[in-house]
Design a protein around this ligand. Sequence first.
Ligand code: FMN
Length: 342
Amino acid sequence: MRSLLPKDRPALVLAPMQDVTDLPFMRLVAEYGGPDIFVTEYFRVTPDSRLDGNILKSITENETGIPVFAQMIGQDIPALVRNAKALEKYPVAGIDLNLGCPAPVVCRKDAGGGLLRQPERVDEILRALRDTVEGRFTVKCRVGFTDKSEFPRLLEVFQKHAINGLTVHGRTVRDAYKTAVHPECVAMAVQAMPCPVIANGNVVDVPTGVAYLRQTGAAGLMLGRGAIRHPWLFENLRAHWEGRPAAVRTGRDMLAYIQKLYEVTAAFHPRFETNPHVHKMKRYMVFITTGIAEGQFEHRIRRVLSEPEFFAACYEYLDNDEPLPVRPPASSGVFCGFAELK
Ligand SMILES: Cc1cc2nc3c(=O)[nH]c(=O)nc-3n(C[C@H](O)[C@H](O)[C@H](O)COP(=O)(O)O)c2cc1C
């Protein structure tokens, strides 16, 4: 099967993020230079689930030219098999299985990260899906449920099933987002797995991305929150590998990004009235505001209730030519432990 990874540099993947990486966000990120590969938000799979129409659009209406994997979350084998077959009827680059979501409601049902407590069950699921999926089949995991010492056993299971790629978010489910990542676990996966391994977690700028690759030997990076916060991150990494200087971005560049993000996401979710749309924007703004005006911008945005208030705050803090801080502050409550990637 043809590899989707670039030959001359590490691969760049946009992390799947529920309610964030929908079709308009993918299109917008592509305009900013974009990744090599997209992964959809997860399709929730249960015995009576149907494929979510809005998530499907990120496959069927994705005209960016960037291949997109369809991600599933669930633990019911017949349902996973049925949904994988249904998804393969669409122009997907492959099927990805989520073994990392830490949400208690998901883990309680033994799906996502919850499955990491049951390697034997993971074994059965991977066998069934590998037998079903005709194209690429990949897995996205964390390094254990409670402790990273669980990871070698999980790798033994992953090794058995000829998966085409493994993305490792270098934290346990228990770690949530509160700790540094464990690059040594990603390095262990690189050694153990015959397929490409992608390193994920806490890449916020070029130095953290370069350090993660150096410490792990991974074939590429998957970027999530850092790419919401700084959509130029993919381009900055490419510039670094090609020996080009990266452009300095200013407050006004960020203002233009927020305006476009507002427009494209509001148009895609027309059921939202203006004020709920401001509410949806806050999901992105949590990441975007970190490091700008020492917390004052974030404080203002959290309190806005209407579109005029929202844009008044954006103009007040961003209508300027000052260079944007690429790295969030080390004390950021949103991005924890990234400074340890060095
Ligand atoms: C808002 C949000 C939604 C997420 N939704 C998903 C998802 O649908 N599927 C998945 O595999 N991971 C999901 N994740 C996890 C990310 O894909 C990624 O593994 C994690 O954010 C760590 O990478 P980062 O530090 O680059 O953000 C989500 C993360 C966030 C912040």
